[in-house]
Design a protein around this ligand. Sequence first.
Ligand SMILES: *Cc1c(COP(=O)(O)O)cnc(C)c1O
Length: 427
Amino acid sequence: MTVSSKPFSRPFHPPQPGAALHCGTVSLEALAKQFGTPLYVYSADQILERLALFQAAFAERDRLICYAVKANSALAILKLLAAHGAGFDIVSGGELERVLAAAPEAAERVVFSGVGKTAAEIDLALNAGILSFNVESEGELDLLAARAQKLRKHARFAIRVNPDVFAETHPYISTGLHEHKFGVAMKTALAMYKRAASSKWLEAHGISVHIGSQIASAEPFGAALERVHKLVRQLAKAGVEIRVIDAGGGLGIDYYNRSFDPGKRVQAYAKAVNAALDGFSGKLLIEPGRFLVAQAGALVTRVVNVKRSGKKTFVITDAAMNDLIRPALYQAHHEIVPVKPRSGKARAVDVVGPVCETGDFFARDRELAPVEPGDLVALLDAGAYGMAQSSNYNTRPRPAEVLVEGRTARLIRRRETIADLLAPEMI
Ligand SMILES: *Cc1c(COP(=O)(O)O)cnc(C)c1O
């Protein structure tokens, strides 16, 4: 691994070649000693660097970057992003409560997505005065109108259209085809906007689209937004004026290539978006999740045992699939790096957790530098959909989380205890 010339572009690196891994200038060994393992470590500097990339790429436009809370919903990260002007894309009432707890002033920068919003969730959002509801069906629009009337609150909404565009990604995280449960067909949208005009509590605020997650190429974003832009022009002819286009999230990172250039990828994305929206002078919303936080985070774990079984070697870590499920769920790849390198040849190993499932692995037949019990290893690019998708499976308390800001590190979530896990239960 080489030391990056831009320190925050690669937050996890050794300060000198051959030295132990740091997050910025903070030693991961010191953090593991202080806070224990498994431990999620995030770089605040990198998160802000990524936010700035989007701000700069769309500098010419009236815009709002709505961070997708589900990628990593740590309160401290929400507060950090809100303080730097971000809005939020939420998919549940619980996520709204998180935004309200971390940055109540950001409520007016919240958009609410999701196919199954309940009346209680809609009421919560109406009372909080969020920016817009991304409506995903005719039934939901009726429910929104009814709740708005009941609470005597105006509801701004965008219809999430399904552009029927194929995006190359894992089938579990592709959303932009008619066969998926998300959004409404383009031709239904016009009728919905017209119908909404008859409710004095509904205000057509925009149109939204979200085609999936971990999409590397800018092309499908451009294709989807061309269709959206065309629909906006058709709506204008029909007397429905759309002032906001929400382009959704989904821009992917490169989990394999350590020399991946995030700036270039954002520029290619912005170019495709801007070309598709050429002539549109309203406001642009985007909802990046993964791209802002994935590479800012690592899961630091200690090797419990190295087990040889026939031809195979298993490196057993104190982190497991309940802490980071992406490899088990999506066959996702995470780079695994010993925190303090030992000399010796790399060899193919399986890196696995202690959970009683064969699916509990982080890597199979991976070339890994030598490690011994007690060593620390870091699973890189774990800042998105890591802690957010963690569970207590096998009655395992979830990891602690640390945020590194400049030269300092602070605990932003303490490690769970068994008492925390047992608390809601009765015998
Ligand atoms: C999940 C989601 C996002 C964020 O996706 P990323 O791939 O993390 O950027 C944005 N918008 C909506 C509606 C989502 O469901």
